[in-house]
Write a protein that binds this ligand. Structure first.
Ligand code: MG
Ligand code: ZN
Length: 381
């Protein structure tokens, strides 16, 4: 009996190892949606700002809050929900499938950028906003070709195809972007110079090479791009601190466009990298910077009155925990992994349409809720 049990356990262990358990998912949750929010009435927002803290689970928020004097701008949000972050091929998502769930509303495989689980390109919420005549922007503390921002403008089968992702930027009319990754634009295998091509298309492109972001003049009559680093930007603790000013500039720039509203995605990209490094201090400093960007968005939205702000993460990173003997000033952390985890992820909403975001739902529902908030009906092609 004991032998059988051991064999059985061994078999289970082997099968777990070789084949990750399939997530308990309906065939395509993108098609079978519970629409409890269909009865909710609200004034549609003109603008949506989606702020994504990459790898930002509840503990990352908690640690940032205590270390920030027991307060965060996030506490101003009254509507809080939770999303299920799993990918189509894995219970634990990566940032590509996670952001693509938000951008196209379909569960897809890890590594997918703006494509469904069969690898087929699908229109993103940013592209749909463009077609509806709205202004669009992306701000990230990673490179602009990194999985999260890329999933909003690019369509590639794999997140590592960074030069192809950069080239996809020529196919959309992204009005404003700030992020790293200059070398994917101007030192490419195919010898194209995308900075020149974007300039010809009507962009004013600046880089960290010419000027600091805060000293860069922004002409609202031209599309604007700023490349903050050759590859990936520095950590906040190493002196990178453009997330808040770039968020402010983006809102200012986008609201000046002669267009009926805007869609802006802002990413605190490196909360995730602190989790991968199992480095609590790294997580905390990136988390507090991200919360300050949330504060800037709230300031704008309070003045403007027609802006919906959504704050969420793609997944949690590190299995981060706050252990006994911690104090508010001194967090004693533990981690279960150097990878992502499958925990439910919080969603915070503020402004017109915020009521849509309470409850527990699939990550793909965030896409549906944003479309519902904008009043998008049939897909424009
Ligand atoms: Mg990211
Ligand atoms: Zn990650």
């Amino acid at each position: 009996m004991k032998k059988i049990l051991i064999l059985l356990l061994f078999a289970i262990a082997v099968s777990c190892h070789t084949k990750p358990p399939a997530p308990p998912t309906p065939e395509d949750p993108g098609e079978t949606r519970i629409s409890a929010e269909d009865t909710i009435r609200f004034t549609p927002p003109k603008n949506i700002i989606l702020l994504i803290g990459d790898g930002m689970g509840i503990t990352q928020i908690t640690a940032g809050m205590y270390r920030n004097g027991n307060k965060l701008n996030l506490e101003q949000f009254k509507y809080v929900g939770l999303h299920k972050s799993y990918a189509s091929d894995n219970l634990v998502t990566d940032s590509a499938a996670g952001a693509t769930a938000f951008s196209i509303g379909k569960k897809t495989y890890n590594g997918a950028i703006g494509v469904d689980k069969k690898g087929k390109p699908s229109q993103t919420i940013l592209e749909e906003a463009e077609l509806a005549g709205m202004a669009t922007g992306l701000v990230a503390t990673s490179s602009i070709v990194h999985a999260t921002p890329a999933s909003f403008y690019a369509h590639q089968k794999d997140r590592e195809m960074k030069e192809e992702i950069a080239a996809d930027m020529l196919k959309v009319d992204l009005d404003f972007f700030v992020g790293g990754g200059k070398k994917y634009f101007d030192r490419r295998k195919d010898e194209r110079n995308l900075i020149e091509e974007l300039t010809k298309k009507g962009y004013k492109i600046s880089t960290y090479f010419d000027k600091e972001f805060v000293d860069t003049a922004i002409d609202p009559s031209k599309n604007f791009g700023y490349l903050t680093a050759d590859t990936e930007p520095l950590m906040f603790s190493q002196g990178r601190d453009y997330l808040v000013p770039a968020t402010r500039s983006a809102m200012d720039y986008l609201s000046k466009q002669q267009e009926p509203g805007f869609f802006l995605m802002v990413e605190g990209s490196q909360i995730d990298w602190g989790g991968h490094a199992n480095d609590s201090e790294y997580i905390i400093s990136e988390m507090i910077e991200f919360d300050n960007a949330i504060g800037a968005a709230l300031e704008f939205a309070k003045r403007d009155g027609e802006t919906l702000i959504i704050v969420t993460a793609d997944h949690e990173t590190g299995g981060y925990a706050i252990n006994p003997t911690s104090t508010m000033d001194s967090i004693v952390a533990a981690f279960t992994t150097k990878d992502h985890t499958a925990a439910l992820i919080p969603v915070f909403a503020w402004g017109p349409g915020e009521e849509l975001f309470g409850g527990i739902y699939e990550n793909t529902s965030i896409y549906d809720k944003m479309r519902r908030a904008f009043g998008f009906k049939k897909k424009l092609q």
